[in-house]
Design a protein around this ligand. Sequence first.
Ligand SMILES: O=C(O)C(=O)COP(=O)(O)O
Length: 377
Amino acid sequence: MAPISIKRILISESVDPCCKKILQENGIQVTEKQNMSKDDLIAEIKDYDGLVVRSATKVTADVINAALNLKIIGRAGTGVDNVDVDAATIKGIIVMNTPSGNTISAAELTCTLLMSLSRYVPQAAMSMKAGNWDRKKFMGTELYGKILGIVGLGRIGKEVATRMQSFGMKTIGYDPITPPEVTATWGVEQMSLEQLWPQCDYITVHTPLMPSTAGLLNDTSFAKCKKGVKVVNCARGGIIDEDALLRALESRQCGGAGLDVFVEEPPKNHALVNHPNVISCPHLGASTKEAQARCGQDIALQIVDMVMGKSLVGATTRKMLSYGSFPTMQTEKVGHNIKIITLGINTLSNENVSIYTDLVLVLHVQGYKVIEVDMYI
Ligand SMILES: O=C(O)C(=O)COP(=O)(O)O
């Protein structure tokens, strides 16, 4: 596997300082520039071999096509929906995320919102600050014995399930990839969405945003839910349709929503945020010291490994976006060739084949030859 030459990297967001340090220790020149406009980024990107982002930098086709030397786009985090992975794949640019760095933090925030929804903690705190002592208004409900529906049973969904089970919640869920026999080992009974909606007292979504998950909770699915269902979205804005959610909150079909993410960030329309039964955060799921340290370190080490021709972790190509949740794609160097290892898939469906075809294509442009594909659950 031929080493890839990466001399200069641009970090366009607030990424943990360990990222810069690790890259520099490995002889890579690093420039940090935050809050760039699209035009600034287009002008700037020409000079770099690599770009490291979080969720705020929109790496559109314009940006990718303006890049003359770009070989890698590293996402210090999970979701790559702010990167035009199609455009990158076509140019042979590897898009790489850090699949596990912020799992625990995202799961903990989800649990925090579920608990806050059950006991109105944010509303009660605001009421106290306003000088009130209102014990009647904030009558809550126990989580104990309630049913939590988890849509998307990847890493985060799993951690949410096991934590909420300790509160005595029954966890049911749906995922198009993780097999039911696997989720059963961590206490989640899988079923179709049609079966799931009417059973849940709480629903939390943990899928990437893509055509098949946009508006997963919409007017039709809300209508199938129990009246007063409470929902949490710490994944991506738009998985729960925002207009449908507002309608459901107004009709009380939805009894409350915990939102960490929005279609537009920051949201311009404040109708949802201002609704009394909505509690919200400004996309804080990954904003912990621990998660940021992990993601910053992971992305730097993954880039260094790639430069050294050692291995490639978290590589993503356009076809991955057709999935319900991301399988973990890793590669290993075998002599001068490369072996792809996939975690989370046990069958080679047509869709899986297209993932490999794309990954192999990108790797080929970068001078790798794929010799083997292994799959593990
Ligand atoms: O990792 C993810 O997918 C996140 O949503 C976190 O986004 P951030 O890195 O905090 O901008």
